[in-house]
Design a protein around this ligand. Structure first.
Ligand code: S3P
Length: 439
């Protein structure tokens, strides 16, 4: 990874065009893991070939699964069945991916061998006891390094668990559900707030009865999976950047086709609408196990709002973009209940606040959010902290700045949105990668 990659954004924009964005990251990780432990051959179309999911693919291969990627992007996984994984020759490097590491920890808790999970400097600084603790309660031996990765897991026979998660986190819920496939009896996870339900949907599609009941989700183990085809919709978390740019644009219309609009993910659309964004959903359909739609964004006069805290888990990955849009909105935006943002690929509250300050925007940092007073951002240099979503959020904000915005350390955009620069250039955003402008 080139640590010094940067993007320059020139102000002024008419954004227009129709695009599709790469596949959903959450669903792509899950397709690899579930396909690997299913009986039979799973095919995946629309897979996100970004660095995070490629790390998961390498990990599953290291655990003895044969996975082929065709030229058209279709992935074929020869499932080894619930008990067919084999010990890896060395530590599994999950790169930058919290989802990859935490979900795989759940699978590994049920294996009769030891595995070490690690990752890059960002991932090694993120909290892992949140999954280690419930997996220990189920009977796995798990050690962390000061609460973080590297993490050693020796799996074994697991018992079922009734677990009240202290954090609204789909990763915690999913790690427990994946371990529950190997446990004897009924495992239930109670969540303090609604989080994305892709694991539940995909497990059902692979033939595992999963029961969701107002704030809790249960499955009966042991449960084996039957291979199938998975269609991955476009990632709403990536589409959101194009839509946000469309809202900030002076004229034109941005359409993103085939985007996943699972209701546990659409908090960003609710927040944008509260802010007065002109966003339309068309062509609602079902793709595999997930709802999809074409999303259209038009130039909008954004207003500051008090964001309802219950929307935060449903928009958790889009919050950097919301900070950026709030900086261009009229009036004050209050973000609270968002302390989980401090535990993502970076401390996203701290980095968004310092980047907005660098662009002349008044922001008050709070432990669980921020108060942003919208205004006219100026040009300047912002640090992405090597965090893909911070980098992309400031690229979008740059279109409304009064001067050139330079976003530092942008190579990690490839973890989730490998073609971000050319795609946004095709819509009219004036981005120059390492100082080289688009056509
Ligand atoms: C994810 C869950 C979220 C999200 C992450 C992907 C998932 O994390 O931020 O990008 O695929 O389950 P938490 O569950 O920790 O909030």
């Amino acid at each position: 990874m080139i640590a010094t990659q940067y993007i320059e954004v020139s102000p002024g924009s008419t954004l227009t065009g129709t695009v599709t964005v790469p596949g959903d990251k959450s669903i792509s990780h899950r397709a690899l893991m579930l396909g690997s432990i299913a009986d039979g051959q799973t095919t995946v179309s629309g897979f996100l070939a970004g660095e995070d999911c490629l790390a998961t693919m390498r990990a599953m291969r290291a655990l003895g699964v044969s996975i082929a990627a065709a030229d058209d992007g279709t992935i074929t996984i020869d499932g080894v069945g619930l008990r067919g994984l084999t010990a890896a020759a060395g530590p599994l490097d999950m790169g930058n991916s919290g989802t990859g590491l935490r979900l795989l920890a759940g699978v590994l808790a049920g294996q009769g061998f030891a595995t070490e999970l690690t990752g890059d400097a960002s991932l090694r600084s993120r909290p892992m006891e949140r999954v280690a603790e419930p997996l220990r309660l189920m009977g796995a031996q798990v050690t962390t390094t000061n609460g973080c990765a590297p993490m050693q897991i020796t799996g074994g026979p697991l018992q079922s668990l009734d677990y009240r998660s202290p954090v609204a986190s789909a990763q915690i819920k999913s790690a427990i559900l994946l371990a529950a496939l190997y446990a004897t009896g009924k495992t239930t996870v109670h969540e303090p707030g609604v989080t994305r339900d892709h694991t539940e949907r995909m497990l059902r599609a692979f033939g595992v009865p999963v029961v969701s009941d107002s704030g809790s989700v249960s499955l009966q183990g042991p449960a084996s999976l039957t291979a199938r085809h998975v269609d991955v919709p476009g990632d709403l978390s990536s589409a959101a950047f194009a839509l946000g740019a469309g809202c900030l644009s002076d004229s034109g219309e941005v359409a993103v086709e085939n985007v996943g609009v699972n209701p546990t993910r659409t908090g960003v659309l609710d927040i944008l609408r509260l802010m007065g964004a002109d966003i339309e959903l068309r062509n609602m359909a079902t793709l595999g196990d997930e709802p999809v739609a074409t999303l259209i964004a038009r130039p909008s006069s954004l207003q500051g709002v008090v964001i309802p805290p219950e929307l935060i888990p449903l928009a958790i990955d889009e919050m950097p973009l919301i900070f950026a849009l709030a900086a261009c909105a009229e009036g004050e935006t209050v973000i609270s209940g968002a302390d989980e943002l401090r535990h993502k690929e970076s401390d996203r509250i701290a980095l968004m606040v310092s980047g907005l300050h660098a662009l002349g925007i008044a922001v008050e940092e709070r432990p669980d959010g921020a108060v942003i007073t919208g205004g006219q951002p100026c040009g300047g240099v912002v640090d992405s902290g090597d965090d893909h979503r911070i980098a992309m959020a400031f690229c979008i904000l740059g279109s409304r700045a009064s001067g050139l915005v330079t976003v530092r350390d942008t190579a990690n955009i490839a973890t989730s949105f490998p073609n971000f620069v050319p795609l946004m250039q095709s819509l009219g955003l004036r981005l120059a990668l390492n100082g080289v402008p688009g056509d």
